[in-house]
Design a protein around this ligand. Structure first.
Ligand SMILES: Nc1ncnc2c1ncn2[C@@H]1O[C@H](COP(=O)(O)OP(=O)(O)OP(=O)(O)O)[C@@H](O)[C@H]1O
Ligand SMILES: [Mg+2]
Length: 411
């Protein structure tokens, strides 16, 4: 009896490790790595065109470009610069030898460290210890000239360096050609979040050329949907996800406009779905998978179910009808609401409120961020339908609370 439930350690090990590499849902884990660079950016062709325009002369021997990219967190600044440097090297492969170096100034926050990183990228064995800034810059110049390469230097999160070391290095880099007859040895891309723009100062921006300031907007829910769809196609087993579940994730991340957030939410949903897999479970992301993880994150409103306690009982009946449908389905139409509301009223023996009142409740739910609405044109038809979803709450939890509250009210 002492041995009840006891198994050889190796059995236990292999059991709990079975999940690793099982990949019921996840086909390519690297798609969710923080440094994964997609084959293409989605929905950013206008920004990409604008960036390319700043480098219009790069194909010619003396051409160079400079640009300052700013925008809120997760709007794709880093990935924009990385894909640009990757693509331009291929594009000009037969015309010019282009190299690039991407330095994150949060990790290399002094101008000395930044130059060391650049040099290290160009010539990995180059000694940098004990060399002065001037000497390092001279080496940089010499190597580039010898190789007849053009170098694109990307200083990401450049505000960290500016704060520690000022903007001197920027001027040095921009003047790298001054002692020679040639031009166009180096291009410069500076990246910073919009909120820290003051550190970048007008001086830096004007030095780079105020027309070279590229401002990026946060993503809309449509943009986030496109990004999450791309990751799902690249990373997940076909048939384990639906466009509707991706839409719901996009709406959940929409208040932030942050692409990283929607990718994290998808990753967490996938982990959750993998975790609950056994021989009988559904191999598909569900509404529950997208709500349960990351509940303590600040952008998730869902933890606070009491948020609905002050609704009047008629509004509660409407909301209950929504919750019941959204437990099984990612979104529903306003037409569905009326139908289901009728059923709920019958169940609670209450008289139905008018169409206008129901509409008013729906508006109120939206204002309070209990639901999200989206107007879509019916494909092939003329009409427009309003789709409702509940990205910040698990509908099942809300409906249990509503049933409890309604029971008290109508007892
Ligand atoms: N248009 C896009 N297409 C595909 N993936 C994208 C796109 N925009 C952003 N991403 C992805 O979203 C994540 C966040 O993007 P990125 O790191 O470029 O944002 P950022 O603006 O540099 O954020 P931060 O201000 O925090 O540095 C990355 O994983 C990136 O690959
Ligand atoms: Mg970045």
């Amino acid at each position: 009896m002492f041995n009840n439930g006891w198994r050889k350690p190796s059995d236990v090990m292999s059991n709990y490790l079975d999940r690793i590499g099982a990949g019921w849902v996840l086909a390519n884990p690297e798609v969710f790595n923080f440094d994964y660079i997609p084959a293409e950016l989605v929905g950013r062709s206008d920004v990409q065109n604008e960036l390319a325009a700043k480098f219009a002369t790069l194909h010619s021997a003396e051409g160079s470009g400079r640009v300052v990219i700013t925008g809120p967190v997760g709007c794709g600044k880093t990935v924009l610069a990385r894909t640009f440097c990757r693509d331009i090297q291929r594009h000009l492969a037969n015309k010019r030898n282009i190299r690039s170096v991407h330095v994150n100034c949060r990790n290399a926050s002094t101008s000395m460290r930044v130059v060391q990183r650049i040099l290290h990228e160009l010539a990995p064995g180059h000694p940098d210890r004990g060399l002065s800034m001037g000497e390092l810059l001279m080496s940089l110049r010499r190597i580039l000239r010898k190789e007849t390469s053009h170098m694109i230097v990307v200083l990401d999160e450049v505000d960290h360096m500016l704060r520690r070391s000022g903007d001197d290095l920027l001027y040095q880099l921009l003047r790298i050609d001054e002692d020679q007859s040639g031009k166009g040895t180096l291009s410069l891309i500076l990246i910073s979040q919009e909120q820290v723009l003051d550190v970048l100062e007008t001086a830096v921006i004007s030095r780079m050329g105020s027309t070279n300031h590229l401002r990026i907007q946060p993503y809309s829910s449509d943009g986030l949907e496109a990004i999450a769809t791309q990751r799902a196609i690249d990373g997940l087993v076909p048939g384990t996800w639906s466009p509707e579940i991706i839409r719901l994730l996009a709406e959940k991340a929409a208040p932030t406009g942050d692409a990283r957030r929607v990718i994290e939410l998808l990753n967490a949903a996938v982990e959750r779905c993998e975790f609950r897999q056994d021989d009988h479970s559904e191999r598909r992301l569900t509404v529950e998978d997208i709500h349960l993880p990351l509940e303590n994150s600040p952008t998730t409103l869902g933890s606070n179910l009491e948020h609905i306690d002050d609704l009047n009982s008629n509004a509660m009946l409407v909301l209950l009808s929504l919750c019941r449908r959204l437990t099984k389905q990612e979104s529903m139409t306003t037409g569905d609401v009326e139908q289901l509301y009728a059923v709920v009223c019958e169940e609670y023996e209450q008289k139905m409120k008018s169409h206008t009142t129901v509409w008013k409740y729906l508006k109120e739910f939206e204002e309070r961020q209990i639901i999200t609405s989206r107007v879509a044109t019916i494909t092939g038809g003329r009409g427009r339908t309003t789709h409702l979803s509940m990205p910040h709450y698990l509908p099942k939890d809300l409906s249990s609370r509503l049933e409890m509250l309604l029971k008290k009210k109508f007892r």
